[in-house]
Design a protein. Sequence first.
Length: 216
Amino acid sequence: QDPTIFIPADQYVSEVLTPEKIYHYHQFTDGKIFFRNKTTSDARLNYNYLNGEIEFITPKNDTVAIAKEQMLNIASVVIDSNTFFYNNGYLELVAQNAIGKLLKKQMFDVVKREKIGGYDQPSSTSAIESYGSFTQAYGEQAFNLKVRENITLALKTNYFFGDQYHVILPANRKNIYKVYRSKKSLIDLYLKENDVDFKKPEDLRKIFAFLAKEGS
């Protein structure tokens, strides 16, 4: 997935935000939704990086997001070899062991907007907005519009720690103690001996694996 997308002024948004750029998979893929009441549903699924939704293809060949009233009943969603959990949004499983889960959420954010001023020269604005704000500003179906500004989207990845009891918090130094309270001495030991960047997946994988191994 490209880390940035540039939408130039006066170009149709749909010409830039193509399915290949905004979806996790190149095409909708057979998947399965597991509900908390132990029922399941099979569908052709995909994850949308723009709105953070898992979408499916209906029998009429329409693309639709899973209904919000159903989301809280979802235990997990499996698409291809990837597993997603719902916790105030869809989080993709990175690693899982005896102490819980390491997860991530990826979405495009608007990181730069340049309004076109006199002589068609771009003029930078200070506002940094999410794509949600972008769609609210231009309408839900923004893809068929031309906009009079240059827009840069960046794919942002945020990581999360989760325990066996579905407590999930953003991955940082403070929250690792909250999520894995019983591992405090091991966390202290690891952080004393290792530099951990809580934004780097390889660092998170190492401390996550260490806590499970040493606690077994």
